[in-house]
Design a binder for this molecule. Structure first.
Ligand code: PEP
Ligand code: MG
Length: 554
């Protein structure tokens, strides 16, 4: 019987490899030296520091040469930590005054700063403690004279408690094809790097190290967020076949990377990326996204025990906007609730959360919270091309109240001499039945529309999108969903309003011609799907897209 554990899939698709357990948190030797050994231990530290600096410098250079600027920045942060005066003096004092051996001085010298970062409320800074642990482990390896782990000539899946950036960066050279992590976080640098390198990564599998212990072969299936062991040889063969298909498809799609997204008859369709954090912009740029079609900001709230401050939000939005400029970035205001629970919001327990207190309803009820986010978005708008998008709209009133708040915040910023883009567009998501029916009555106060097919399908068909038993009912092809999309697009065309699609349907090969035929100007998908969408677009002319609609709606 196969052993299967569930986790959270972060990047990649599928990996097959032999398990290797990365031991972490091993104790370092700890002893007192005498005064005559101080010099030797200080020199050993200096030498390890110089070697670490050189190795990081080389890595940074290689990444920069490959155009991986964001990954190179992660290494630059580690180099800065290496010269941090507080850490350095902590280590030197331990050797010189406390007469600690160099290994324990390094361990303890970093520990204090790591604890400070771990206790920070801001999720971004909490995650930086992993960079410090990574750097410390590099120094300790150098001090022990241990060579970097050699994994031989087999493909390897590394299982570990925590994933560090260096492990991801050296994956290729060590034939590491995937990572299985007991802890892990979506926004850790290691996760971001795994995404950038498209390495299969499954996190939050707490029993991984006690379940898989030998040299067994494992399968990481990121699509179903599972790790599988003890498979029969027929089952392995099936996965090996699947893996070969995934690899072939990737190679075939590479040729689309530098091409613009166009239909067979040359009509240009904007092809944007959906992101949940600033760190994903690298993948969007690498895949040549035309912009960000959906920045799901609720993940900033979901990662933290306290509400993200205006500064924290501004920093994150600005980073995305600046790096994408002059391309546009659609920042969606908080869309929490439903299946997106954020402990910092302290949302009430509800019997029917998808129909309950969520998204714009929370924001318009807790105006201070909404105002903080709008201030951060408006401030970021100064640094590029921002468009603000409101989720889950069901009435004109909600749009009016949101716009009034934006105007009030603009006045406030003006009085504080804080720059912003006065012409920032304000759009809405069309994802409720109310928006399908009433959109024509709202478009005079809406700058753009993006169709959220994930929720639209759920609400049109009264099918819970998260319920596995309901998957057969959750059908984009149901004529009610297709007609709803057509109605939204027709309303937008009639009033000359830009319309895009940012739900998952935008990346579905079978439905792309339908959406394009309806007149959508933009499709926004996960960065890894961009080439696939280009390939599909190339197969249909506009006339064929329009025929496609007729075939499905008559
Ligand atoms: C949607 O509903 O289609 C959408 C894009 O938003 P989310 O999946 O975040 O609800
Ligand atoms: Mg939605």
């Amino acid at each position: 019987m196969a052993t299967i554990l569930k986790g959270t899939g972060i990047s990649g698709e599928l990996a097959i490899g032999c398990l290797r357990i990365e031991k972490q948190g091993e104790r370092v030797p700890e002893y007192r030296i005498d005064e005559r050994q101080v010099r030797e231990h200080s020199e050993r530290f200096l030498s390890a520091k110089t070697q670490a600096d050189a190795a990081l410098g080389k890595l940074k250079e290689e990444l920069n040469e490959d155009g991986r600027v964001q990954e190179a920045e992660i290494i630059a942060v580690q180099q800065e930590f290496l010269d941090d005066p507080a850490i350095l003096s902590g280590i030197n004092e331990r050797i010189e005054k406390d007469l600690s051996n160099v290994e324990s001085a390094v361990y303890q010298g970093f520990e204090e700063t790591i604890l400070v970062f771990e206790q920070m409320e801001d999720a971004y800074w909490q995650q930086r403690s992993l960079d410090l642990k990574d750097l410390r482990s590099r120094l300790l390896k150098l001090l022990s004279g241990e060579a970097e782990e050699a994994y031989g000539d087999k493909d390897v899946i590394v299982a570990c408690t925590e994933l560090y950036p260096a492990m991801v960066l050296s994956a290729k050279k060590n034939r590491v094809v995937g990572f299985l992590v007991e802890q892990g976080a979506r926004t850790s640098h290691a996760s971001i790097l795994a995404k950038a390198f498209d390495l299969p990564l499954l996190i939050q599998v707490p029993e991984a190290l006690e379940t898989f212990t030998g040299e067994e072969r494992l399968v990481l299936d990121i699509g179903s967020a599972e790790v599988l062991g003890d498979l029969s040889s027929e089952e392995y063969q099936e996965y090996a076949q699947k893996l070969a298909e995934v690899e072939n498809e990737k190679t075939r799609l590479l040729r689309y990377r530098d091409m613009e997204a166009r239909t067979k008859d040359g009509v240009r369709i904007e092809l944007a990326a959906n992101i949940v954090s600033a760190e994903e912009v690298g993948a969007a740029l690498e895949n040549k996204a035309d912009g960000i079609g959906l920045f799901r900001t609720e993940f900033l709230y979901m990662q933290s025990a306290v509400l993200p401050s205006e500064e924290e939000q501004f920093r994150s939005y600005r980073q995305v906007v600046e790096r994408m400029a002059p391309a546009s970035v659609i920042i969606r205001t908080l869309d929490a609730g439903g299946d997106k629970q954020a402990s910092c919001l302290d949302l009430p327990k509800e019997d029917n959360p998808f129909m309950g207190y969520r998204a714009i309803r929370i924001c318009l009820n807790e105006m201070e919270l909404f105002k903080t986010q709008i201030r951060a978005i408006l401030r970021a708008s100064h640094y590029g091309n921002v468009r603000l998008m409101l989720p889950m709209i069901i009435s004109r009133e909600e749009i009016i109240r949101s716009r009034e708040l934006v105007e009030a915040v603009k006045d406030e910023l003006r009085s504080e001499d804080i720059p912003f883009d006065d012409r920032m567009e304000i759009g809405i998501m069309a994802e409720t039945p109310a928006s399908v029916v009433s959109l024509p009555d709202w478009l005079d106060i809406v700058d753009f529309v993006s169709i959220g097919t994930n929720d639209l399908t759920q609400y049109m068909l009264a099918v819970d999108r998260t319920n596995p038993k309901m998957q057969a009912y959750y059908d984009y092809g149901n004529s009610a969903v297709l007609r709803a999309i057509k109605m939204i697009c027709d309303a937008c065309t009639a009033q000359d309003t830009w319309v895009g699609v940012c739900g998952e349907m935008a990346a579905e090969k079978d439905w792309i011609p339908f959406l394009v035929g309806c007149g959508v100007k933009e499709l926004s998908v996960g960065a890894g799907r961009i080439n696939l969408v280009k390939q599909t677009l190339e197969q249909y002319s506009m006339v064929e897209c329009e025929d496609y609609i007729k075939r499905h709606l008559t």
